[in-house]
Design a protein around this ligand. Structure first.
Ligand SMILES: N[C@@H](CCC(=O)N[C@@H](CS)C(=O)NCC(=O)O)C(=O)O
Length: 212
């Protein structure tokens, strides 16, 4: 049994979506953000980093494995699902899969985070945001080119690479300038939002401001 420690309006929505796609049984423990948008102290009792997602894989003997880091959690679930949503067979697809699983948190999220935080600070923050935004545009241009050439990030089928890419692109649409200038990316977002598993995950997760 999987227990997902899920922070409202956060990256951990992806784990719920993945569990739904795999039709795995899971429980959700929901956490509200504090007024300063940080995670509450209670999450630190589950894992010292105090971030979400945290997934517990509870074994029948009462022991549990505690997992953090969305990409690592997705890869763990792919293993548990005997490779479902994992890398495709062909070499090109495998390379794309590996790249986008890491790229989402490793390259896009840090820039997006900088834009989001800076744009909330008056005057100097906004100037800083304007400086960082072109760096985000480079990523959005690259992503648009990639997703224009195939239906999913690693080829012809949905994989964990798409699940990893969902949050940065949803957040970029909400607050980072991803708009109709990037039609293939917008179409990809609309496609994932229509999946029944995505919709079920939304109901399980509660507040999520990034799905529209
Ligand atoms: N790279 C990590 C990032 C984890 C992370 O920063 N989670 C955010 C959720 S969007 C969080 O818990 N923020 C609240 C806080 O830092 O207090 C992952 O993908 O799991």
């Amino acid at each position: 049994m999987y227990v997902v420690h899920h922070l409202e309006n956060s990256r951990s929505q992806r784990v719920l979506w993945m569990l739904e796609e795999l039709e795995f049984t899971y429980e959700v423990v929901r956490y509200d953000r504090r007024p300063d948008m940080r995670a509450p102290e209670a999450l630190r009792r589950i894992h010292p980093l105090g971030k979400s997602p945290v997934v517990e894989d509870r074994k029948k003997d009462g022991r549990s494995t505690v997992l953090v880091e969305t990409g690592a959690i997705c890869e763990y679930l792919v293993d548990k699902a005997n490779g479902r949503l994992g890398p495709p067979e062909d070499g090109n697809g495998r390379r794309q899969y590996r790249q986008f699983v890491h790229y989402a948190e490793g390259s896009v999220m840090p820039i997006l985070f900088a834009v989001l935080v800076a744009s909330k600070v008056p005057l100097l923050g906004r100037l800083a945001a304007n400086k960082v935004r072109p760096m985000l545009d480079v990523h959005l241009d690259y992503i648009e080119k990639e997703i224009s050439s195939r239906p999913w990030f690693a080829g012809k089928e949905l994989t964990a690479a798409d699940i990893m890419m969902s949050f940065p692109l949803e957040a970029a649409r909400k607050r980072g300038g991803l708009d109709q200038r990037y039609p293939a990316t917008i179409k990809w977002l609309d496609t994932i939002h229509q999946r029944p598993a995505y919709q079920k995950a939304l109901k399980r997760g509660g507040n999520y401001a990034f799905a529209s």
